[in-house]
Design a protein around this ligand. Structure first.
Ligand SMILES: [Zn+2]
Ligand SMILES: [Zn+2]
Length: 446
């Protein structure tokens, strides 16, 4: 490091290739971190549910505008015609590649139990009109704040990169329909198609100060399926007069287990879960129908097709075996708005991102991660067939001493989507802003 005595001379002579005094990545992070932690606490205390991110998106838009981005709000159209609160912020900085950085913005219907001084006490109506507690239990508040910090750093360090940075504030990740809504509103036609897409997600599986990254398939794709098994209801004591959909449902669920165990390639992982089942009103009444809600996960299109075909085949087969008339065959509905493609970390881009992460936080703090079966709609920004390379990395979020104490007991601290998920704001944001900014600078290197 140059001593302060030498530096002004170099600057006076115009000889310094290094950024001007006070404008290194660590110094920008140091000067912003206090404000970023306060911003995080404010966002955390005021979470908004998927489809309702009005104030959160306005705050993000405002912060990005302040540091020189050209910002457009209200991007995104849902299938019912309603407007989404998507944000796109563009900073052009000479010729070069276009890099899209994505943050999500929505919170979850959970009553917070962290006991933090900045805990959420917000209650709001969900899409179904029910009042629920709302909490940033997936850490999207960390992601938003991290993006604000990254935008500030990239703006301050403009001399170190060239090209175009496109920051996307995505609504409704938790319902996996926000990315689709933004693309359906011609995001790329209006603002340009990026050459690369990078995002991050916080995690309780790593300590704050560390980052994990997967090369190749990183998160499974999800397909949501609703099944209605139609039967013929009647008196519970006269089953011979009906076709009992409750018995059919029992057989259906057992048979579903053979999709993964007998139809799928064991080397291509998949999951079929029945998350809800509803049927009947009273012990002695055979109902007319039973409905089941399924979530299914897979990394490949082949595996997902085997699952969908299997669900349809087994539902039809169970009805036939029960003697249900053909015109009352089960109804199987795929829910495209609650489905998302796998998150595929392009190996070449992953390698570049990983070396930037190592440069940013040191090799001892960067870990190779395993793929997981959880899903995200981040992959949607890569378009079908992974046309645009994408990478999503994992940002450790647990206060290191708490993480170590839990690990010593063979446990983890409370995870994403729980009422006690509580990131360590300062170290997580310090690491995340440093990492994301370095990744952008390295990918858009002069
Ligand atoms: Zn989530
Ligand atoms: Zn999330």
């Amino acid at each position: 490091m140059m001593s302060p005595k030498v530096l002004p001379c170099a600057l006076l002579l115009g000889l310094s290739a290094a950024p001007s005094w006070g404008q290194t990545l660590p110094s920008v992070v140091n000067s912003e971190i206090g404000n970023l932690v306060e911003t995080y606490k404010g966002i955390h205390a005021h979470p908004e549910l998927s489809h309702f991110e009005e104030h959160t998106s306005a705050l993000l838009a405002d912060e990005l505008r302040k540091v020189g981005f050209t910002v457009t709000e209200h991007i995104g159209k849902y299938p019912d015609g309603s407007q989404a609160y998507g944000v796109i912020a563009v900073m052009e900085n000479g010729p070069g590649p276009k890099l899209l950085l994505r943050t999500d913005m929505d919170a979850l219907p959970i009553v917070e139990e962290t006991g933090a001084s900045y805990a959420s006490h917000i209650k709001a109506k969900n899409l179904a009109g029910q009042e629920v507690g709302v909490m940033h239990a997936c850490g999207h508040d960390i992601h938003i704040t991290n993006m604000i910090g990254t935008a500030r750093a990239l703006s301050a360090l403009k001399k170190q990169w060239h090209g175009t940075v496109m920051i996307v504030g995505q609504p409704s990740e938790e319902l996996v329909d926000g990315a689709k809504a933004m693309l359906a509103d011609n995001l790329y036609q209006r603002f340009g198609t990026p050459d690369m897409v990078v995002g991050l997600h916080d995690t309780n599986t790593r300590a704050a100060g560390t980052i994990g990254i997967v090369s190749g398939p990183a998160m499974a794709g999800v397909t949501s399926i609703d099944v209605v098994l139609h039967g013929i209801g009647g008196h519970g004591a006269r089953p011979q007069e009906g076709k009992d959909p409750v018995v059919m449902a029992a057989e259906f669920i057992v048979q579903l287990q053979t999709i993964v165990s007998r139809s799928e390639n064991p080397r291509d992982p998949a999951v079929v879960t029945v998350g809800n089942i509803h049927g009947g009103t009273k012990r002695n009444i055979i109902p007319d129908e039973v409905t089941l809600g399924l979530t299914t996960r897979a990394f490949s299109d082949t595996a997902m097709k085997i699952i969908i075909d299997g669900v349809k085949r087994i539902a039809a087969g169970v009805a036939v075996a029960a003697g249900v008339p053909a015109e009352m065959a089960p109804t199987v509905t795929i829910l495209p708005n609650e489905s998302a493609p796998p998150t595929y970390n392009d190996p070449a881009l992953s390698a570049k991102v990983k070396s930037a992460l190592v440069k940013a936080i040191g090799p001892q703090n960067v870990f190779d991660e395993e793929p997981i079966m959880a899903s995200e709609d981040f992959g949607t920004f890569g378009l079908e067939g992974h046309k645009i390379p994408t990478v999503l990395f994992w940002l450790g979020a647990v206060e290191p001493q708490k993480f170590a104490a839990a690990a010593a007991a063979g446990k983890l601290t409370p995870g994403l989507h729980t009422a006690r998920f509580q990131p360590d704001p300062e170290l997580t944001l310090r690491t995340g802003v440093t990492a994301m900014t370095q990744v952008a600078i390295s990918l858009l290197h002069k």
